[in-house]
Design a protein around this ligand. Sequence first.
Ligand SMILES: CC(C)(COP(=O)(O)OP(=O)(O)OC[C@H]1O[C@@H](n2cnc3c(N)ncnc32)[C@H](O)[C@@H]1OP(=O)(O)O)[C@@H](O)C(=O)NCCC(=O)NCCS
Length: 282
Amino acid sequence: MFPLTITPYQRRYLQRVRDLIFHNHMVHTHLDWHETDQWLDTQTVPMRLAWYKGRLVGVLGVSAPLNHTCWVRLAVVQDQSDHSRILRALWDELVIELRSLYIEAVALLAMHDWILRYIPMLGFRYIEDIITLERNGAELPPPRPNPMLIRSAEMEDLEAMVRVDNAAFAPPWQLSLDELRQAYRIAASCTVGELDGEMVGYQLTTLYFDGAHLARLAVVPEAQGLGLGGALLGDALQRFMRRSVYTMTLNTQSSNIRSRHLYTRYGFKPNGYDLPYWLVKL
Ligand SMILES: CC(C)(COP(=O)(O)OP(=O)(O)OC[C@H]1O[C@@H](n2cnc3c(N)ncnc32)[C@H](O)[C@@H]1OP(=O)(O)O)[C@@H](O)C(=O)NCCC(=O)NCCS
């Protein structure tokens, strides 16, 4: 059998990776707020390339490590090739680097069905579905008393927002400052909530051609359950309605009971677009 060669990603291979993505069907990209090109151009993350007789036949890359976890961001295999062998070889090499970076768990959101055939052999286990909820229309639940000041976020707020985010979410769901900065750049609405001058929550929403997407909603644990998440959400919905945007979607873990209570009260319903979330412990 002709040996596969596995090498780290370097920027000079950008065009080869681009071509592999463009010409093949087995492509998994989960780049959140980045375009593929931009991500490849700027990222220095753990990533491996598989070569067969001098041709690029596979790519596997993860996000920058955060609190001992990372996400599979890019996985590509050439259509006419030994997919299992390529993914296994890429994974085995990548894991060596991930262990040296003290990564304890790698997460994957299965955006495309093909990848589900291969990830069990790499040790990934299904955890739960990430569900998409959607609401349409101008109706809002009656407002509740809210002691929080809600204002638009500024660039200078990003560090405090990361602190709120990382306190509210557990790994691997937390955002890094870089990720939040990128999300902020493309957000259509980003607001923070303050109590006595202290930031206690934030929301960040993007705008697509068919509506708004609530990408982040977080309240610090000490202040959860007091109605602040609802106040941030209601305020964001009103801001979009003033711009004649009446549809909003969001994703949440199916097990996230508190957030689901809140979203149900605000009229969000599952739209059937669910994505399986998988995890492997190293
Ligand atoms: C989800 C989150 C933003 C909600 O903010 P919050 O300020 O805690 O929310 P609220 O107090 O406005 O409302 C919480 C709802 O859950 C209910 N709730 C509160 N504690 C609960 C508990 N332990 N179990 C179940 N439901 C609970 C409340 O009754 C309320 O329901 P209602 O709106 O029908 O009255 C916040 O809890 C959070 O940051 N969680 C961690 C990050 C996260 O999961 N973000 C959302 C991911 S999409």
